[in-house]
Design a protein around this ligand. Structure first.
Ligand code: FAD
Length: 770
């Protein structure tokens, strides 16, 4: 194997050395500036609580592997966990978390107060209304787990060197070549930074942005208070507290204080650089709350207390992968003890096999737009994540930093009363307040009605009946210039088609999984416009581009609309020099021309299943494009429509959203992108129609058959053309047969659902082809 230098011998660096050497890459050197293995990093102070339940399937699986591995190493106490609720809203949230556990394979149960007290006799059960018990959660002795993994790696040939501060990252021609300390060089083919909260400093040595923010967090140990090592780990999220036992003492962590971002330059230069002095004033409230929940604490005092430092990111996910800016420079940072072994395994697979075995797109170091790397953006969003760490967060709750990326249509959208949501920094209209609500809106449960409006129904119905204008600017657009053989070699279908053809296809990864779905429009002999799913697609194309091929991300410099509905042709025909007749401009074709004075690229595609075009232009012409269409649209009943209508219409048509419905873990047969032959795949993305009770899932909920969890929901929305909520879900093939009855777990309820043949609406796609 290649020579690898790992910077950092915290739990992540040690886990990675173990995983790499276990795969036969034995030329591994791990350098740490501190002494081994109490290096003074976050791992040296972490109490090691592991809660596996997470809204993200990936994060849950990283945690599950951590539990498995540390159990085998004898470095895990499976004491179980208990999260208590003191309000009805928290109890509902615990039911939702129970659902995540069912979806991702972390069994748990929701308990009443008496059962909580049986499990945890020291609780004042009059305070609580219920709890979530996860029997397989527990505690990792963090330094011992790091050491055990380092010992195994050492036995296979790895070296661990303490008191070695990396001061330079060496590179030549865009590739890393090693690292250096003040007086020694360590040549390497690959360098992995596992420097935890020091990640940004190492990144700076390599010319790579590491968007994380170190923050202080309070942890105390009490005097003896009747605790016992057999007690489950405990969370009291309504007061931002967690508890574990240290023998008969309690360890208590608090997130209740004001966020305390830390400047690396202000860390103490002593043996405990990630341990800051305790701030007792900010702990007072927490101490009172702790004594209320566990009355035995009232007689105790604090024996040890400090503010420990660890990393927060803008979206709460870790930073994993190879830097786009410096080949061979890898990162595994902002990783909790909870996810340490799982993250290390995934990164090791990625390095050795070229691909992690599970989907990591949420954690990919290269997932950010340039604006999302701005220190101010990272800081404000990371601070919010700290504040909300135990809050009940709705998936559509708005982030603290807005208007980072806006399309040129933004002023017009605002005039029309757009209510915006945010995705990847983009402002996207969810619905427009100037559209009328329906006369008799369908009832909707309180949770799914948040950041939602009945106006979506009007927008969806009028898209099907007349014509609607959607903002498509946030889609990633990549211009590729060069011989067709480049794209032909990267995508799954033949794109060597006549100029003017559009192909919907996908980027297969090494194992044939769906890395991303893309449209490829051939605009000239060697000129292609690729529509994709974000910076990871740009990176993937750039990585593979040979000399002579140019790959340009034109997302920010261009903009576009979807103009869809039965009246779309009548609307655009008089405005454009492009022949938009059914014969001259067929489905899945592209043409360049003008619309009014605006130079446009028109793609005859539709994510909503109606006649129409995606119409793109340069950003400078955006307002003019919008105004031209809007003015001409008046006599055709044109409306503006947002994401909520879009999502409903797309699910009625069965169009997959990459990242939600499918990822690199899924092959195209499973995902339903390709028809399969005789032998169905083991599992399939399946269309479900729900009983119309007013409950509308949002995604990630468990699906049950015969009382057993069998899969999970990916996307869901109310389908107005169908007259029922629609959900897409991963199910075993044996159940993915039309007519099969299943149930979806939604809070404390079970929603009846039936597998249906897809697509539900216009299955012959006649409306698209008019
Ligand atoms: P670290 O352990 O910080 O290791 C990074 C290493 O890089 C350090 O050893 C450092 O010396 C080295 N390094 C830095 N710069 C250089 C350089 N220039 N040259 C050489 N070496 C360098 N997580 C949980 O999952 N559960 C918990 O209950 C939990 N509780 C916590 C409580 C507290 C008080 C704190 C502080 C953290 C807690 N965490 C918890 C978070 C957890 O501790 C960290 O996420 C985890 O330990 C990070 O591990 P790491 O290996 O990435 O980083």
């Amino acid at each position: 194997g290649p020579t690898v230098v790992i910077i950092g011998a915290g739990i992540v660096g040690c886990a990675l050395a173990d995983e790499l050497t276990g795969r036969g890459w034995t030329g591994v050197t791990v350098l740490d500036r501190g002494p081994l293995f109490e290096t003074g990093g976050s791992s040296s102070h972490a109490p090691g609580l592991v809660f596996q339940t997470n809204p993200s399937r990936t994060m849950s699986r990283l945690a599950r592997y951590t539990v498995e591995k540390y159990s085998e190493l004898g470095c895990f106490s499976p004491v179980g966990s208990l999260e208590v609720a003191t309000t009805a809203a928290r109890l509902a949230e615990l039911h939702r978390r129970f659902g995540f556990g069912q979806s991702w394979g972390v069994p748990s149960s929701v308990l009443d107060p008496a059962a909580c007290a049986t499990l945890y006799p020291l609780l004042d059960k009059s305070l609580i209304v219920g709890g979530l018990h996860v029997p397989s959660d527990g505690l990792v002795p963090t330094v011992r787990a790091a050491e055990a993994q380092a010992a195994r790696a050492t036995a296979r040939g790895a070296r661990f060197l303490g008191d070695m501060t990396v001061t330079r990252v060496l590179s030549r021609a865009g590739r890393v070549t090693g690292v250096a300390t003040a007086d020694e060089e360590f040549p390497a083919d690959l360098v992995v930074s596992c420097a935890g909260l020091w990640g940004p400093a190492i990144g700076a040595l390599a010319g790579v942005s590491i968007p994380l923010l170190p923050m202080a967090h309070q942890y105390v140990r009490t005097t003896p208070a009747g605790a016992a090592d057999s007690l489950p780990i405990l969370r009291h999220q309504d007061r931002d507290l967690y508890f574990r036992a240290h023998g008969d003492r309690f360890g208590i962590g608090s997130y209740r204080h004001e966020p305390m971002p830390v400047d690396l330059a202000d860390l103490p230069g002593d043996a405990h650089p990630s341990k800051l002095p305790f701030t007792p004033d900010t702990f007072r409230q927490s101490w009172t709350a702790a004594g209320e929940l566990i009355p035995a604490l009232r007689g105790a005092t604090l024996e040890e207390a400090f503010n420990g430092v660890f990393s927060f990111t803008a979206d709460g996910f870790p930073l994993l992968g190879e830097a786009a800016a410096l080949r061979g420079f890898w990162v595994a940072e902002a990783v909790w003890v909870t996810h340490s072994a799982g993250a290390a395994k995934a990164v090791a697979e990625w390095m050795v096999d070229g691909r992690p075995a599970i989907d990591l797109h949420e954690c990919d170091l290269n997932r950010f737009d340039a604006a999302q790397l701005a220190p101010d953006y990272v800081r404000r969003r990371a601070i919010r994540n700290f504040v909300e760490v135990y809050d009940i967060v709705h998936p559509a709750d708005p982030p603290p930093v807005r208007n980072v990326r806006v399309s040129p249509f933004h002023p017009r959208q605002t005039e029309l009363g757009a209510v915006f949501g945010e995705a990847a920094g983009w402002e996207r209209p969810l619905w427009y307040a100037t559209n009328p609500p329906p006369e008799a809106p369908r009832p909707r449960d309180e949770w799914s009605a948040r950041h939602w409006s009945p106006i979506a129904e009007t927008e969806a119905r009028l898209t099907r009946r007349r014509v609607a204008l959607y903002d498509m600017t946030p889609l990633t657009r990549i211009d590729v210039t060069g011989p067709v053989s480049f794209l032909s070699g990267l995508v799954a279908d033949d794109v060597d088609r006549p100029v003017g053809t559009v192909v919907y296809t996908f980027l297969p990864d090494r194992a044939g999984g769906v890395r991303s779905d893309v449209t490829v429009a051939r605009l000239g002999e060697d000129r292609f416009r690729v529509g994709g799913n974000g910076p990871l697609d740009v990176d993937w194309l750039r990585r593979h581009a040979p000399p002579g091929v140019s790959v340009r991300d034109v997302t920010g410099g261009t903009c576009g609309v979807g103009l869809w509905g039965p009246a779309a042709r009548e609307l655009v025909a008089p405005l454009t020099d492009v022949d938009v007749s059914a014969e001259a401009f067929r489905y899945f074709r592209a043409r360049e021309g003008h619309l009014g004075t605006v130079p446009v690229t028109m793609l005859r595609l539709s994510y909503v299943g109606e006649l129409g075009w995606e119409i793109y232009t340069e950003a400078q012409y955006g307002l003019r494009l919008w105004d031209t269409l809007w003015e001409a649209g008046r006599e055709h009943g044109l409306i503006v429509a947002g994401r909520l209508a879009f999502d409903s219409l797309r699910l009625e048509k069965g169009y997959r959203a990459w990242g939600r419905d499918m990822t690199g873990e899924d092959d195209p047969y499973q995902a339903g992108l390709r028809p399969f032959g005789e032998q169905p795949p083991d599992r399939r993305l399946t269309c479900l129609v729900l009983a119309d009770t007013g409950d509308v899932p949002l995604g990630r909920e468990p699906v049950y058959a015969g009382g057993f969890p069998v899969g999970h929901v990916t996307s869901a929305a109310y389908g107005w053309s169908v007259g029922a909520p629609i959900a897409y879900a991963w199910l075993p093939s044996a159940l993915a047969l039309p007519g099969t009855q299943v149930e979806i777990g939604y809070f404390d309820r079970l929603l009846l659902a039936t597998v249906a043949a897809e697509p539900l609406f216009d299955p012959k796609h006649e409306r698209l082809r008019r």
